[in-house]
Design a protein around this ligand. Structure first.
Ligand code: GRF
Length: 198
């Protein structure tokens, strides 16, 4: 996917809209020895996103763009990312749908985490729909982003059992725990050996 030579890490940007637990998890992962990423930017479409606080704590540059004029905002983001030579984008609870043009600029280099076993339950309100349909299992998926919603190549998935009488809150909590394990694993899978060209 990307060329990695020597000890260099992959400059990464994380896009968020809300709580940012996956962001915090990726920040911690980026600081571990086995990590191949370094987080250069946190980008949010929401000024009140709790996750922006983590950028502050860890001294990571943050940019907030309201996406009212999506073309303009995406152009700005692209210039920020170019400036810091960002090669990987991790979407983590980012609620805006990126344009085809933006995705084309980062073809094969945008990851997303989704709280279902894709291709099942694309889009929003996954846990609610899973419970309504009385599924026995749900889970989470890390996938590459393409121009169709939650439809890019699957990198890794983790199954989570749905219990009888599960609530959305309980199910989402158990899935989130697995998300925090899965996202770093997916990144390691994509960038297995920083010492060699891949
Ligand atoms: C996660 O469940 C993620 O799968 C989905 O949005 C949620 C974001 O949670 N895309 P957080 O903001 O990382 O805590």
């Amino acid at each position: 996917m990307a060329k990695l030579i020597g000890p260099d890490k992959i400059n990464t940007a994380v896009f968020i809209s809300g709580t940012g637990s996956n962001l915090l998890n990726l920040i911690k992962f980026s600081k571990s020895k086995k990590s191949k990423i370094t987080i250069k930017f946190v980008i949010s479409n929401n000024l009140n996103a709790k996750g922006l606080g983590y950028a502050k704590i860890y001294n990571i540059e943050k940019k907030v763009l309201n996406f009212k004029n999506q073309r303009f905002c995406e152009r700005k983001i692209l210039s920020y990312l170019k400036r810091k030579n960002v090669k990987l984008i991790c979407l983590a609870g980012f609620l805006k749908i990126l344009s085809k043009n933006f995705i084309n600029n980062f073809q094969g280099k945008i990851l997303n985490i989704h709280p279902s076993l894709l291709p099942k339950y694309k889009g929003l309100n996954t846990h609610k729909r899973v419970l309504q349909n009385k599924e026995k299992f749900s889970g989470c998926t890390v996938h590459l982003v393409n121009s169709k919603l939650d439809s890019g190549k699957i990198i890794l998935q983790k199954k989570v059992k749905v219990f009888k009488n599960d609530s959305e809150k309980n199910l989402s909590k158990r899935i989130l725990i697995q998300e925090h394990k899965l996202y770093p694993k997916a990144i390691i899978k994509l960038f297995p050996n920083p010492q060699k060209k891949s």
